[in-house]
Design a binder for this molecule. Structure first.
Ligand SMILES: *Cc1c(COP(=O)(O)O)cnc(C)c1O
Length: 231
């Protein structure tokens, strides 16, 4: 996507304004909602422009692209969010660049993250991706298995769970999306009662360009917004 600097600035400030407004409408503190600017549509020069506008949290969904961008922008103080599926064989190279792994979608992956974090002497912050809509992405924990899985993940010394992530159904429009967001929030509230004390589920990563305001209304703390920034 090609976007002028003027337009990018206008879009960025507009999204921030909309986030602020949606939080206030929901009776929430706007500071509790963070914009993760999704950069999969643009090259590193556009990411740098957003950085210069003040954006610090960026999301990529492909590991190789994350490596390239993180490398080209290594002089910037960026928090990179991995929002797409991470194959276990890419954990080693990706982990040092990732501030928060949103797509913690299986025990196999999280075990690999735990091993690698242990080897590096770090603790990896992750969200567990929940397959809330039942359609679209085949990645993620089923809502029914999440409690047992969290108990297992809580025993991984070098993985720290911060919350849940989900993609809304691709069909059914914003109404269906709202239902999915509410499902994720309810699941989080239920799980919080039963999970071990060292598991915090304070973060909810949900909402994209078409529905981030709704997601905020349902409790999102991280909204992953891409396309509206570059239109
Ligand atoms: C692309 C992507 C987004 C952003 O979607 P937009 O509709 O462009 O805002 C959010 N989350 C994930 C996981 C993505 O892959």
């Amino acid at each position: 996507m090609n976007v002028s600097l003027e337009k990018l600035a206008e879009n960025y400030h507009n999204v921030l304004k909309r986030i602020h407004h949606a939080a206030e409408q929901a009776g929430r503190d706007p500071m509790d909602v963070k914009l993760v600017a999704v950069t999969k549509y643009v090259d590193d020069s556009v990411v740098r422009s957003l950085y210069q506008l003040g954006c610090r949290n960026f999301g990529e969904n492909r590991p190789q692209v994350l490596w390239e961008k993180a490398d080209k922008l290594s002089d910037c103080d960026i928090s990179w969010h991995m929002i797409g599926h991470l194959q276990t064989n890419k954990v080693k190279r990706s982990l040092p660049m990732i501030y928060l792994l949103h797509a913690g979608d299986s025990l196999k992956l999280l075990n690999a993250v735990n091993r690698e974090a242990n080897a590096k002497g770090v603790v990896a912050d992750v969200l567990c991706e929940v397959n809330i809509s039942g359609d679209g992405s085949k990645h993620g924990f089923s809502p029914d298995s999440m409690a047992d899985s969290l108990t297992e993940i809580s025993q991984m010394q070098n993985v720290r769970v911060k919350g849940l992530m989900a993609m809304a159904s691709l069909t059914g429009g914003t109404e269906r999306a709202g239902e999915d967001f509410e499902k994720l929030r309810r699941l989080r509230d239920q799980l919080q009662q039963v999970v071990p004390d060292n598991v915090s589920l304070s973060e909810l990563s949900m909402g994209m360009s078409g529905d981030f305001e709704q997601a905020i209304d349902h409790g999102a703390t991280l909204v992953r917004v891409g396309s509206v920034l570059y239109q």
